[in-house]
Each structure stands twice: as C-alpha cells, then as structure tokens.
Design a protein around this ligand. Sequence first.
Ligand code: CO
Ligand code: ZN
Length: 338
Amino acid sequence: MNNEFKDLVKELTLVWGPTGREGRAAERIAELVRPYVDEIRTDALGNLICVKKGTSGKRVMLSAHMDQIGLIVVDIDEKGFLRFAPVGGIDPEVTVCREVVFENGTRGVTYHEEKTLKGAPAKLSQMFIDIGCSTREEAEKHVSVGDICVYAPHFIDMGSRVACGALDDRICCAILVEVLKKIASPHDIYAVFTSQEEVGLRGATAAGYSIDPDFAINLDVTASADTPECDAMPMAMGEGPTVKYMDRSAVMTKPVIDFMHAVAEKHGIKTQNEVLLYGGTDAGAIQPMRGGRPACCVSVATRYIHSPVETADIGDCLGAVDFVRAMAEETELPAFER
Ligand code: CO
Ligand code: ZN
C-alpha cells in the first residue's frame, strides 16, 4: 500500500475548512504544490489556482474542491446553547451526538430537544450545540453568530481503505497534488482547488470563467453502491476511478466520454462507469460556461458521503492519479468550436 499517499490524505482531511472558510486548506495545499508549479494565486472567492506552463497554447483546467460541509451558528440562547443551520448537504441523522470544532479550536457536542420529538427523528432545527458554557455571555466569548463548525475529524486507517469526514473532497485534493508532482503536459495546466462547491459549485463557476479552459477535468467523490440494501448504481469501491456519465449537475457529452475511455484503454487504466442519482460536482459549472466547454469528471467511489466516516479505497485514488495525468498529457483534446 502507498503509505506516502495515505499520509497526504490524512493530513488534508484533518485540516479545518468548511465552505467559504477554505483558507487553511488553501495555505497547506499551496505549500505542498509550490515546488511543482510556475505560479500560484488565490482569487476573490478563495479558489487556489496553480499554473504549470506548457507550449501548446491550450489550457486544461483540473479541479477538486477544498470545502467541507459545516454547521453555521444562527442563535445563542440565554443558557449558552447554539442553534445552527446547514452549510451544504448536512444529514440530520448523522448530526446528533457529534463532536464539532470551530476555527478557533472551540469544541462542542450536538444533541436534540426531547419534549418536541415524541420518538420522531430530530430535524436540524430541533438540535443544538453545547460548548460547555452556562450563559450567553460566556458562550459569546468563544463563538459568535455566523461562525461555522465542522464534525471533528478522526482519521481511521483500515489498510487499503480509509475513513474520515472531509474525504469529500480532500481525498481528491490529495490526488490533484500527486498529479501536479508527476505531470508533464504540452498544455498549460491550471490546477484549481475550488471553494464553495457544497453550496452550488460557486468557486468553480468563478475560476472557470477567468481561466477560460479548452478542456476541464474535475475530481470528486461519488457514491459507492456496494453496501447492504443501498440504492442501485454501478459504482463500487476498489473497481478503479470512474468515468462519470451523469449526475444532478451534468450529463457528460459523447465526445468527452469517448475521450476518457480511449485514454484509459491506451494506458491500461482500469475504470468503472458512474451514474450518480443525487448530488452534483464542479464539472457541472464548467460544461455550460462561455458557450459550452468539454468537461469531464473522474470520481472516487466513496461510502457514507457527507458523514464523519466517509470511506474510500487508496487504490482507486492512485488509479485516478494515473488517469487524470494521462488525459491532461494527451496532445489531442476533445474538440470544440469557440
Ligand atoms: Co459533498
Ligand atoms: Zn464533493
């Protein structure tokens, strides 16, 4: 097993960085990729844009989102309990009895009202965060309305598979770091570690417009439909990086799908086809942009997405490194008329 890559995944999944507050993740990733790129900048939305110059005159945008889902404080009551709202797709079922952590290190635990539930599952509006304070004044010394917290991360090493919160999408940030270390492309490579994916692909929308790519390769997690009684989808862990056909944000075009399969075959890379029934990804923001661009997505089949125990396979990630690199190094990219 590639322990060096696993260590990188661990390091990046433990970094605090919910949607709109990706600065720490961007800082760490910038340090990691600096030796391998010609230029690094951050834009107004918090996207980290890393450029490696080529000679073909074409621009290939690679992307993976840095943000993780979080909880935003909307009220602090007189006894010091915090009420919150979701930032991104927060599942109420996995949000009770969690440890949470704020940017300044303040820790708390989540629980729910009792009298109002009558045995029904708790809604987010019936939950609260307890940060160990007895009054509003005391709580306000640690946390303000508008502060965001995340599920406290715990990295679980199961050998070839790992579990942690924020594998969505830091595991793909790690893949993109590896790609930058190895890539030798004729094209200008714009590796973008995007912000605000979880609230509607907002970072990618901004970065895509400014970069104006000829081809875009996005990396994200996707569902892994190989657990007991789960929804029927073709993806399974350990079967390789995916060729995405469709999700809620995009239907990939035929020339792009054909390109992906041709590159995988040429390089002997094992892939699996992906049809995701729910959720979207940054490629969905690039595809309809500026009159339309060829955009694809390579995903890592991941179990329990948007929970604190997101689980993925390291071998699938290493396959994704090879696959993304091979596509971005191709001289002939999927054609389109500007
Ligand atoms: Co997500
Ligand atoms: Zn994601």
